[in-house]
Design a protein around this ligand. Sequence first.
Ligand code: MG
Length: 317
Amino acid sequence: MKYCRFQQNTQAHYGLVESVAGRDAIVRILLTPPEEAGGDVESLRTRRIEPIAMEEAILLPPVTPSKIVCVGRNYREHAAELGNEVPTEPLLFFKPPSSLLAPGGTIVRPRVSERTDYEGELGVVIAKRCHKLPDGEDTRPYILGYTCVNDFTARDLQNKDGQWARAKGFDTFCPVGPVVTEGLDPWTGIQVETRVNGEARQSGNTRDFIFSLGVILRYISQIMTLEPGDLIATGTPKGVGPVMAGDVVEVAIEGIGVDRLMKRSSAEALRHPKSLCPSSDRPLNNFRGLAQNFRLLPTHLAENPRQQPNSPFPRLL
Ligand code: MG
């Protein structure tokens, strides 16, 4: 099952995504947010709609987490490229929900930063409450699905501050989507790729995680309760680097699709890759072709109903 979140007539909806005549389209509205399904998304009531092609939809972030928990340095080669030791236990930090950016949105570079970097990552959406999961407990039932995340980072501020809240937390610094999908297996390996202006910059596989997804979820749950809908960013492969205004950044994950960002020529406003692309089950070596099939959507501002009580997008459904 794959779903997105989209705006229609000022209302935000979750939509079931299926292939229609070879193109991904929204074919049903989920009448209950998937994070309220207790892990049984298939049981949710839906309403059929006239199919809306993904590239025609006004996409919103497909997640509304209470928190975004990120894992740093979870690939050995990435730790080495920034001159860091390989951690002996998971290294955690937060991004605020206000940093979420909808597919097709624009990443805005803060004036106080001279270097802003992409970090393509596998995102994990929590299905049901996790609290002190014991060793050996199977964590798969706690996972609702997977999505593309760009852990966008003001690298100079990260190095300057020590604490990472500022460097990781600016509005628009968490492009996510375009869909959440189940049926992936990070334990056996999922390819994660980031491209800038069509050129591959990162290519890693989750089989190379230093800490497996099960270890990560059990570790986090010893510290804080993970709630349904919470988002985990699982770390980035080697190859991080800066992007400039006008660049197009894409995060592609095998089995999910491409999250494409566009940066405009303004020195101040970086267009960040969006999750513009419909999901796809095609193998990774077809991602380039997939990206060529997409067009950019109109720009949306980052939106989070929980953070913006006056948002034009009311609480879901
Ligand atoms: Mg990261």
